[in-house]
Ligand binder design. Sequence first.
Ligand code: ADP
Length: 300
Amino acid sequence: MADGYISVVGSLNYDILMKQERLPMQGETYTADSVSYEGGGKGANQAVQCAKLGVPTYMIGKVGSDNFGDILLEKLDGYGVHTDYVGRSSLNTGLGIVHVLNDGAVYASIITGANFDMTQEDIRQMEDIIFNSRIIILQMEIPVGIVEMIIKKAREHGVYVILNAAPAKEISKEALQRVDCLVVNETEASFYAGEEIKDAETARQHAHKLTELTNGTVIITLGKNGSILCDGNSCTFIPSVKVDAIETTGAGDSYIGAFAYGKYNGKSDEEACRFAARIAAVTVTKIGAQGAMPYLEEIE
Ligand code: ADP
């Protein structure tokens, strides 16, 4: 295992997942089949996948001063994620309510809560830990100004930056230019490319718009249809691994955590993507995100 550590700066949510046949109709109180309580938020999910693969991982983010916050930190600790730099906000912990229908369809609503209470001052106080990382992973479930600030400073410190630009929203061109690896799914890719990207063919066709934006590596994930890895010169198709998928929440987060593990261990982009596809395939065979992500021992 290489020296150093990965920092994930991002969101933490408490997710309530209900498994049910269908959604309720208006005015109806519908009885779901089962419920589970999970740690969620793209940031925390990606941190958990890194830690489960054995990478020393720091989570940087904010939860509320409520019980949900306590539970999330306990769960992260249990998976081996360092949580000393997760702050407490006077706002509620981020919350997700997710309905997973028996046919696999997912309906989710979230409250961003404490995740949007992260300030530039918070980041300044944690500069030592953040910018001494080997790799920083960011998403867009915290204020975009914070994401931009970290990307800029990471470049000054020579830290490799992975940006999972999800959910898709405006971010400064200057920041995007400094990202080493941009990871997006079809929806996000379409937003940033300004073109409809819905499969491997359209991803290949329009990927250059994204590589020009970032000046680096771009990965477009396509769910069960695999992913495309592009640099300024060419694109490589990475097939997904065939499995009986039960529920795909967290597939992208698992993929990104595993890709970061690969980069951390000195693998090429392509090797890291192939490994990530293997790991994400395991994650989709179980319900939930963090709990479903595999430990390194499980796949060896
Ligand atoms: P997101 O959750 O961000 O939308 P995707 O759904 O594109 O991400 O999934 C990310 C990766 O996870 C895919 O590129 C693929 O490798 C893997 N994956 C997703 N769904 C499946 C599936 N049903 N079977 C096998 N692998 C999958």
